[in-house]
Write a protein that binds this ligand. Structure first.
Ligand code: LLP
Length: 427
C-alpha cells in the first residue's frame, strides 16, 4: 500500500500508525487496509478509462459496506456474483443500476431479487439462463438489460483454477461453433431481455495484455456478426477483470492507464475496421484495486529450525485467513515489521496453526535469524481473495478488516467471536 513506511525506531507504520499499536488495539491476525490507497486506485482506474467507459469493481475480491461506500463516492460501479454481495451493496445505498450481476448458476430467487432491485445488468452465462432470466423479467413486467458472457477461447497464462476463457470449463457460451451467435439470436427474440452487450472474462492474475487483446478482437468480431445478421449494433462490451498485481518483487503489473490505453486502442481499431460505432467499454478489476491495499499482520509463535533445511515459523493464523498459497501455489513475501534487525537472513516457511501440513502462508522467504516469538510479521498484498475466501476451518475465528486512514484506524469488518460460531450451531 502507498502509506507504508518505517519510523525512526524501525517499526513499520501504515497511514502514520505503527504496527505494534495496531496489533495492540485490534489484535492479530488482522487485515489492515489503507483506505487512501484503495480510493486512489479507484480514481486511477476511473481516470484511466475516462468518462466513456465504466469500471465495475469485482466484489468477490473483497466486499464490505465501507468498501461499497468508497466505490460509490469514487464513481465506480460494482460487479456482484451472489445474493449476499447484492444485499451488502444495496444495504448502503449503492444504486442498483450501477450493479452488474454475475454467476454461472444463479437461482430463480436470486434472479428475481436482482431484477426487482433493478440491477443495471445481468450477465447471462448459459442458454438455460437466457430463458430463465427472460421468464422472470416477463413475470415481473420488466425488460432486463443483459449482456451475454462468451468464452473467447484464449489460454490466459495463469493458474488452471482461475483461467476462464478456454472452452473446457463451466463459464460462458463459446464463440466457437457459432454458439454465442445462437445465444444472441435467442436473447434478441425474448421480450423480457434487452440485450445491451457482450461480456468476456479471461481469467485472473494475468500480466500479459495479449490475452485481453485477442479477447477484445473476438468480441468485436461477434458484434460485427450481430450487426450483419440482425442490423443491431450492441452498445456495450465488457472485457472482465483479471489484471495481475505484484505479490513478490518478481511480478511486474501494468498500470491502469496502460491497460486502458491498449484496450481503447484495440477496440477502436477493430470497430473502425468493421465499420462499427465504438461500443461503451467496461472492465471489472477486483484484485488490482484491493489486493495491494492491505496486509495481514501476524504474531510469530513457535519456531522450528530444521538444520540445513529451513525454519518453520508458525503464526497465529494460516490457511483460514489466506487459502491462496495452499490452493493456487500463490507466492507471497513477508517482513519483520515490529522492529529492525541486523541479524543474518534465514530461510523460513511461514505456516499457520491449522491441523495439516499444507497450511502454508509463505512457502519460501527470508527473515532475520533472531526472529522470536512475539515478533510481528506482515504479509503484503492480501487485500484480495484472502478475507473473502477466509474460512472457519478448525473453528478459527475469521480476522477483522481494519481500515487505516489519516492517522486513524477503524474496524470495518469485526473479528469473529466464539459466540458468532456458536450462534450458528443450533443442534
Ligand atoms: N469479472 C469476473 C466475471 C470474474 O469472474 C472475476 C474473478 C473478476 C471480474 C475479477 O477478477 P480480478 O480482477 O480480481 O482478477 N480466488 C482467486 C481469483 C478468482 C477470480 C474469480 N473471478 C484468487 O485468489 O486468485
Amino acid at each position: 500500500s502507498r502509506t507504508v513506511s518505517r519510523n525512526e525506531d524501525g517499526a513499520v507504520t501504515v497511514g502514520g500508525i505503527d504496527v505494534a499499536t495496531l496489533a495492540e488495539e485490534f489484535g492479530t491476525p488482522g487485515y489492515f487496509l489503507d483506505e487512501a490507497d484503495f480510493r486512489a486506485r479507484c480514481r486511477d482506474w476511473r481516470e484511466a478509462f475516462g468518462p466513456g467507459a465504466d469500471v465495475f469493481y469485482a466484489g468477490k475480491a473483497f466486499l464490505s459496506r465501507a468498501v461499497v461506500r468508497w466505490l460509490h463516492e469514487e464513481g465506480l460501479n460494482l460487479d456482484v456474483c451472489s445474493a449476499g454481495e447484492l444485499a451488502t451493496a444495496l444495504s448502503v445505498g449503492m444504486p442498483a443500476e450501477r450493479i452488474a450481476y454475475h454467476g454461472n448458476n444463479k437461482s430463480v430467487a436470486e434472479i428475481e431479487r436482482a431484477i426487482e432491485a433493478g440491477v443495471g445488468r445481468i450477465v447471462l452465462d448459459s442458454f438455460q439462463e437466457i430463458v430463465r432470466v427472460a421468464h422472470v423479467a416477463e413475470r415481473l413486467g420488466k425488460r432486463q438489460p443483459v449482456q451475454i458472457r462468451v468464452t473467447v477461447g484464449v489460454e490466459a497464462h495463469t493458474h488452471e483454477f482461475i483461467a476462464t476463457a478456454h472452452e473446457d470449463q463451466k463459464f460462458g457460451i463459446a464463440l466457437a461453433g457459432g454458439e454465442a451467435a445462437e445465444a444472441v439470436r435467442r436473447a434478441l427474440k425474448l421480450d423480457g431481455l434487452e440485450l445491451v452487450g457482450i461480456h468476456s472474462h479471461i481469467g485472473s492474475q494475468i500480466f500479459d495484455m495479449a490475452g485481453f487483446e485477442v479477447s477484445a478482437r473476438r468480441v468485436v468480431g461477434l458484434l460485427a456478426e450481430v450487426r450483419d445478421e440482425h442490423g443491431v449494433e450492441l452498445p456495450e462490451i465488457d472485457l472482465g477483470g483479471g489484471l495481475g498485481i505484484a505479490y513478490t518483487s518478481e511480478d511486474d503489473p501494468s498500470e491502469p492507464h496502460q491497460i486502458a490505453k491498449s484496450l481503447h486502442e484495440i477496440v477502436g481499431r477493430e470497430c473502425e475496421a468493421a465499420g462499427l460505432r465504438t461500443p461503451r467499454i467496461s472492465v471489472e478489476p477486483g484484485r488490482a484495486i484491493v489486493g495491494p491495499t492491505a496486509f495481514t499482520l501476524y504474531e510469530v509463535g513457535t519456531l522450528k529450525p530444521l538444520e540445513g533445511l529451513r525454519t518453520y515459523v508458525s503464526v497465529d493464523g494460516g490457511m483460514s485467513d489466506n487459502i491462496r498459497t495452499a490452493l493456487y501455489d500463490a507466492e507471497y513475501s513477508v517482513a519483520l515489521v515490529s522492529r529492525t534487525s541486523e541479524a543474518e537472513p534465514m530461510l523460513v516457511r511461514v505456516v499457520g496453526k491449522h491441523c495439516e501440513s499444507g497450511d502454508i502462508v509463505v512457502r519460501d522467504a527470508f527473515l532475520p535469524a533472531d526472529l522470536a516469538p512475539g515478533d510481528l510479521i506482515a504479509v503484503p498484498a492480501t487485500g484480495a481473495y484472502c478475507r473473502s475466501m477466509a474460512s472457519n476451518y478448525n473453528h478459527a475465528l475469521r480476522p477483522p478488516v481494519v481500515a487505516v486512514a489519516d492517522g486513524g484506524a477503524r474496524v470495518i469488518v469485526r473479528r469473529e467471536t466464539e459466540e458468532d460460531l456458536l450462534r450458528l450451531d443450533v443442534g
